[in-house]
Design a protein around this ligand. Structure first.
Ligand SMILES: NCc1[nH]cc(CCC(=O)O)c1CC(=O)O
Length: 313
């Protein structure tokens, strides 16, 4: 508990997923510290083009307006879906906490309650993620996989409306907004780095806020997500790369699974490590494990499968 009575200001996008995630973390901070947290809606379209981070472009561009607002002091903290954050650190901003992680798996949401194996030959499945395309085609090369845009709700509406036979979404996002009834199968295998994890960002050097948000940090979530992101960073791969990762803790061990796919799903390179959990809780430990895993992926031919700058070193 601290003496602070002024609310912390948590900057958030206005989407249902963003405000739900933000409110959950706000409530957890208040429960643990007694300090009130208020949500501040930040408009992310438009200011992205004029803010100091606009030149970054590419990956994470929709985190930029929020980060601009944080750097300008319009809010004190941000809650992101960690898998949407670029792996390169941003000067002036640090991840101060990673709360307990939600499921990291993908979910199939198909018409008529169908599982992946039961979809008819040539069924249309919607996803814009090269990783998900490759994983789907590896199991069902006969499927027609097509891009799909929009938020979770509007994507689900395209299955209900018959435009797609099925779509693939993160289980975590569906559960967070209460749409888990749409799930017809939880898909096996590794997913995107840090999927299901939230990252709480604050201004570097803001000791008061750091101490408060530390109350919602979870070492297991922070470590598994950081190890996964370290591999992505070492590969110099973004969220569009056909790369899947899953780290999990069992007692004092951590298992890391990494897969790189040919975009058409016809080939996979895999690396698996089982290491001491306590050895990878620091950024340096995570980076060393990542370097080792990436060496094995490259030796297995990952550079030929996917266009990964880090895999060509
Ligand atoms: N790429 C968009 C995105 N960012 C975070 C989630 C869901 C929540 C999470 O994975 O933490 C989603 C939707 C999806 O991939 O289905």
């Amino acid at each position: 508990m601290t003496g602070r009575t002024t609310p912390l200001r948590l900057g958030t996008r206005a989407s249902l997923l963003a405000t739900t995630q933000s409110q959950t973390v706000a409530d957890a901070i208040t429960a643990a510290t007694g300090v009130p947290v208020e949500l501040v809606k930040i408009t992310t379209d438009g200011d992205v083009l004029t803010g100091p981070l606009a030149q970054l472009g590419g990956t994470g561009v929709f985190a930029s307006a929020l980060r601009d607002a944080l750097l300008r002091g319009e809010c004190d903290l941000l809650v992101h879906s960690m898998k949407d954050l670029p792996t390169a650190p941003l000067p002036g901003i640090v991840i101060a906490a990673v709360p307990v992680r939600a499921p990291h798996r993908d979910a199939l949401c198909a018409r008529d309650g169908l599982a992946l194996a039961d979809l008819p030959a040539g069924a249309r499945v919607g996803t814009g993620s090269p990783r998900r395309v490759a994983q789907l085609l590896a199991r069902r090369p006969d499927l027609i996989v097509d891009g799909i845009r929009g938020n979770v709700e509007s994507r689900l509406a395209k299955v209900a409306g018959g435009e797609f036979d099925a779509i693939v979404l993160a289980e975590a996002g569906l559960r967070r907004i209460g749409r888990d009834a749409a799930i017809t199968e939880i898909l096996d295998g590794p997913t995107s780095a840090a999927q299901g994890a939230l990252a709480v960002e604050i201004r570097e050097g803001d000791a008061e806020v750091a101490a408060l948000v530390h109350a919602v940090d979870d070492v297991e979530a922070a470590t598994t997500a950081r190890v996964e992101r370290a591999v992505l960073r070492r590969l110099e791969a973004g969220c569009a790369a056909p790369v899947a990762l899953a780290a999990s803790r069992s007692g004092d061990r951590l298992t890391l699974e990494a897969e790189v796919y040919a975009l058409d799903g016809t080939r996979t390179v895999t690396a698996v490590r089982d290491v001491e959990f306590g050895g990878v809780t620091t950024a340096e430990g995570a980076a060393a494990l990542a370097a080792d895993v990436v060496d094995e992926l490259i030796a297995g031919g990952a550079a030929e499968l996917a266009d990964l700058p880090g895999a060509r070193r």
